[in-house]
Write a protein that binds this ligand. Structure first.
Ligand code: 1PR
Length: 538
């Protein structure tokens, strides 16, 4: 009979991913979500996981509302093994500047605080290296982090008997993992860190501690990598099968007489292939969700569920994240609930497209007052900014003189059809079908203010062109915001990834067509990056 692992489930975004990782390692999972269940389960439990994602206050509120705090503490004091992940690690501390009125478990006396964004993007998103060799954590390997808050510095930890591993992000060094007796806490997500992460979970489950002689005994490896993301545009074809497709300037129909939806494979198989090739993240964009409510899009939820059983890197899902009418009840289902459905099916982040344009327009119309009600705000409040990507679908617009528009323009080296020297990028919604009265620069600033954690910056003019990323646009949007930016649209060969990382300071780049058509693999992209001296995870 399989051994059992108990997971304390307070509706954290990553439960499904964690469950899949534990099952992959050959264990059975039992969820414990309230005091009643905990009172029966924890005295019998042999190994417990405490995962957390998102907002510290929301997490502690959930723990307290379910009356779990004394039971978790009692379990910890019993000396049996417990592993906390991400906000699970942060909950160990007395509190966090993220939610000053919420108390943590207080097993470590200091507080968690926010990264400074003076010289770097915040949140810290990506694959980074750590010191030490606690529970197989190796300075040679990369682990996936996604957070804005951390235990910065290590003062007092050794004195309180903790072994720790640290990670450096820009100018700040923070706690990547903490261990003491049978306790292990990681700030990174081992369930999303590929084989290296599965090894850490396995080491915890089997009690393989590998304690170093002293804290910080090893130098960390190369540090934060530039991420390579594989993107799967997904929709039903005319036969009703869910397929990976890919357009040119967003037109996904064949150019021949059939005019059928271009079919480039089955989503789960394609996602697995890119995971095995070394993709740092996989993104699914449900490109026709503006027509089909995601609430009834069970096939898409199934795709996500099945992909998350075998793909142990972050999965993003976009398409239809908005307040949605449920035709069966005639009631509006809030975007937060739609996102919740996706998170419970294995998504780690959601990507908002059309609704973000509405929200940004509303933000400026309200003189930059936030309502607290837009999907960006509600989802980021519950799941954390790092779980909310905004996908921008802009189209180039040329002007001869900046005075011709009230949008942010820049002088371009690639002049317009009538020799125009200035350009701005007009946002669209519904997959490029509707032109909107807002520029990409203005939208980027609005959605950052509303709480988005990352931007997926497409460019309709470049999509499917194989001519390289729009470097000017990427540079311009990087100047607009502090949050990380993913460059997208136009990648045709590995050199284009090298180019965007060398010529801009973007954090990640995404490719679709060149991978789907089998012209290049993700591995080839990463080998080219490594050859060029760009930090990557091979
Ligand atoms: O508006 O919140 O429902 O979200 C819809 C999502 O679907 C948005 O993220 C939007 O970008 C996407 N989408 C809608 N229609 C299309 C389409 O192609 N007809 N796909 C579409 C956008 C863009 C890329 C693409 C890159 C790289 N896909 O992410 O993968 O351009 O392509 P390349 O490397 O081949 O050049 P909502």
């Amino acid at each position: 009979m399989a051994k059992v692992v108990h997971i304390i489930d307070v509706d954290s975004g990553n439960i499904c991913s964690l469950e899949n990782a534990i099952k992959k390692l050959g264990y059975e999972v039992k969820l414990v979500s309230n005091a009643e269940e905990a009172k029966t389960a924890l005295p019998e439990a042999e190994r417990v996981l405490l995962p957390g994602v998102g907002n510290f206050g929301h997490f502690m509120d959930q723990v307290n509302a379910r009356k779990l705090e004394p039971l978790i503490k009692e379990y910890i004091l019993s000396g049996k093994p417990l592993m906390g992940i991400c906000v699970g690690l942060q909950s160990l501390f007395a509190g966090s500047t993220e939610s000053p009125s919420s108390k943590g478990l207080g097993l470590v006396s200091s507080k968690v605080s926010k990264f400074s964004s003076d010289t770097k993007s915040v949140p810290h998103i990506g694959w980074n290296t750590c010191t030490s060799s606690l529970y197989t954590i190796s300075p040679e390997k990369h682990y996936y982090f996604v957070h804005s808050y951390a235990k910065i510095g290590t003062e007092g930890l050794s004195e309180q008997g903790w072994q720790y591993s640290t990670c450096t992000y820009g100018d700040e060094t923070f706690v990547a993992a903490l261990a003491k007796d049978n306790l292990l806490f990681t700030q990174f997500h081992p369930e999303k860190s590929g084989q290296a992460g599965l090894d850490v979970i396995n080491a915890f489950l089997t009690g393989n501690k590998h304690e170093p002689e002293s804290n910080n005994s090893n130098n960390p490896g190369s540090g934060l990598t530039k991420r390579v993301i594989a993107c799967l545009d997904v929709r039903s074809n005319d036969q009703g099968d869910i397929v990976v497709t890919k357009g040119d300037q967003y037109d996904v129909r064949e150019k021949d007489d059939t005019k059928g939806v271009r079919n480039l494979g089955k989503p789960v198989e394609v996602a697995e292939k890119y995971y095995l090739q070394g993709a740092d993240e996989v993104t699914f964009l449900n490109i026709t969700s503006f027509r089909d409510s995601p609430l009834h899009d069970q096939p898409m939820l199934q795709v996500l569920k099945r992909a998350s059983e075998s793909v142990f890197v972050p999965l993003t899902i976009g398409g239809g994240i908005r307040d949605t009418l449920d035709p069966s009840t005639n009631k509006i289902v809030p975007a937060l609930e739609v996102a919740h459905l996706y998170f419970r099916s294995g998504a780690d982040k959601v990507s908002i497209g059309s609704d973000a344009v509405d929200a940004a327009e509303q933000y400026y119309a309200n003189n930059k007052q936030k309502t607290g009600k837009t999907p960006i705000e509600t989802i980021s409040k519950a799941y954390g900014a790092q779980a909310v990507i905004v996908s921008v679908d802009p189209k180039r617009q040329y002007v001869a003189d900046p005075s011709e528009t009230n949008k942010h323009v820049y002088k371009t080296q690639h002049k317009g059809p009538n020799n125009e020297e200035y350009v701005w990028y007009q946002c669209t919604s519904k997959g490029g079908r509707e032109m909107r009265d807002i520029g990409a620069f203005e939208l980027a600033q609005a959605v950052e203010a509303l709480g988005a954690g990352e931007l997926l910056l497409n460019c309709i003019d470049k999509d499917g062109s194989n001519s390289g990323f729009d470097l000017e646009l990427v540079q311009d949007i990087k100047k607009a915001v502090k949050i990380p930016v993913i460059a997208s649209s136009g990648a045709g060969n590995p050199g284009h990834f090298v180019e965007v990382f060398e010529k801009t300071n973007v954090e990640a780049a995404l490719g679709a067509g060149m991978f789907h058509r089998g012209e290049y693999t993700v591995k080839q992209v990463k080998e080219a990056m490594q050859k060029a001296g760009i930090v990557t995870r091979l």
